[in-house]
Design a protein around this ligand. Sequence first.
Ligand SMILES: Cc1ncc(COP(=O)(O)O)c(C=O)c1O
Length: 394
Amino acid sequence: MQHLMPVYRPLDLTLVGGAGCELWDQQGKRYLDAISGVGVTLLGHAHPHIHAAIVAQSQTFLHLSNLFDQHWNHKLAAQLAQITGLTQAFFCNSGSEANETAIKLARLYGHHQGSTQPKILVMHNAFHGRTLGALSATANAQYRQAFGPLLTGFEFVAFHDLAAIEAYQDDPDVVAVMLEPIQGEGGIHIASPSYLKQLRQLCDQQQWLLILDEIQCGMGRTGSWFYYQQADIRPDILTIAKGLGNGIPIGACLAEPKVAQLLQVGHHGSTFGGNPLACRVAYTVLQQLEQNYLCLVAHKGQQLLELLQSKLTGVKGVQSVRGVGLMIGIELSQPVPQLTQLACDEYGILLNVTQGKIIRLLPPLIISTQQIAYLAQQVAALIKALPLRLEDLQ
Ligand SMILES: Cc1ncc(COP(=O)(O)O)c(C=O)c1O
């Protein structure tokens, strides 16, 4: 009998080891990891500095609770403040929790602005997580419909359409706009820097908070620490998680003081949030990215995108190949059942498909140029063989 709740459908593959960008199974067969646990293991597997940070912290206390002070949460918050320009951090354990914090902050801000029913504008196709607040801000009907009633106070507008947001200019209850600047789960849809700049201006003019969810596209994935930096703007609230801990669960909601100072002791909290193990590992992740990897991501991403585009442009069944940095989507014209299993069994590549027909590549940021060439070659071969596969399946 299975003892896990049936919410996942894992591949028919049991992994027993990993190092760098590779994982292997019981038979010793090696796979190139092109999904990083959905954007988490930025430094790959078994990174020596992450290993050392975990061991060192486990030799002292792993957990204290927020009843006591320690220095790793302060160090991490200070480092994130330097990187993002957002000086106030709340640490939690996941992306969903970071978004819950952002939603609570926006409502708190709204109440201070005089609204009793504050509204947040969110995007069609958005994914912000599975907890009830984050789910209420998430568009996908499949994820939502079984769990009503969801929270009120969210209005969905078209992604990358400023006019759709401007239409709310006279609504006094709108307090914030929340979006992923690159929609990940939604299928690698990219907001342009010029759109983000205009959105920032509109939010300033309306005194709305700009909340960016960079849980998937942040932490160096697009070649800068955060994608918003490529638009030369700054959000009022930023949510991050996934790659921050390279696999040790941690999320963070970062905010401007004008918002964060509205919180009082007891307003929000978390047992595990900000624990010394997670903060020490996250601090190490930031150091490693800064010292060794971040400066190479844009170039590697460009290399992967160009290779894929050159191999796949005009290929039957490929609609588009798009991405920024090492966040790449290949949109197919139709869903291909078993594509991820096929990629792993026959091409030795671990990848993911979102929205049924968009292949999502989120390799570790440490991927080498040789591995990029191999990845592009294998993915192109996989896609070119798909029409034959589909015929077999018919
Ligand atoms: C953009 C975005 N926001 C929020 C989440 C939710 O994060 P978590 O699964 O850690 O709760 C995800 C997870 O995929 C995400 O991609």
